[in-house]
Design a binder for this molecule. Sequence first.
Ligand code: ZN
Length: 324
Amino acid sequence: MQWRKRINLVLTLGALAWFTPVAFATAQPQQVTSDETQAWHDLQHLAADAMAGRATGSAGSVLAQQYLQRRFAELGLHPVGDDYLQPFSFHEGFSEKHGVNVLGMRRGCGQPARYIVVTAHYDHLKPRGKKIFNGADDNASGVAGLLYLAAKTQQSCPLYSYLFLATDAEELGLDGAKAFMAKPPVALDAIVLNINLDMISRGESNQRLYLAGKKQLPQLVKFAELAQTPLKLTLAHDGRQSSLGRRSQPPVDWSNASDHAVFRKAGIPFLYFGVDVHPQYHTPQDDWQRIDPQYFFAALRLIEQSRRWLETLPPQTFQKSSNN
Ligand SMILES: [Zn+2]
């Protein structure tokens, strides 16, 4: 999640109806599958000191790209173009910078001309002095989730075609997602939905996972009722909200906080899964050792449940809207 979208607004009483917590019957602990073990490994690998935070343009970023290319190939994703790498340029202030998205495709079996774009940013922050910002939750966790969904679509052919987009330069201003949407590899009209994963491994004591997007896709309320999960799934983060743990801090503009914002602005419905801001957010302490793997696995299962549920909806559900 990018920092600069935290907006300095004073909380108002009118903003009290911020979120709709949804409780579930407690599910039995599940056995950890090989896909989940692999996701945990992917998370640890991307959050290792060797990648030094995967900052855009860094040597660690190149290592992350190499790792993702290897995993995309293992998962049988097809390149769009010559290979999985999609370089792009962008401006930061007056200087031109370069980033690299990593993109792979899975062809659907029912509605192959319609595309769901799964996004998770793999970049994080550059070191300050000797301090490395590993970005384990932000966002090695989301990228591991993206690879997990890719594995699920390998095991059972999905209805829609999927573009798995690991974005670069999210932390600098959603620049990877912007570059993708400025020059999409398929017609924009063919993109029916975005599933964005950004910080999905730190539910903390209340085991909460937020899901944003119900303004554009009201059916998400139904999913929250049906979902089988031990987590506290909370339909919220559709606009400006204070972070639960930081009520004294300015609210976060969640609708612009991560890559889904670029799809939202194009009128494309989205699901954005993410946790709250936590004390290690954008600090050198965002390490994998602080993550409870059981929470992460439960989040993965819930996100995959949502993907399967989405495929049961009539295709006309995913309509472009100006309600963004
Ligand atoms: Zn971030």
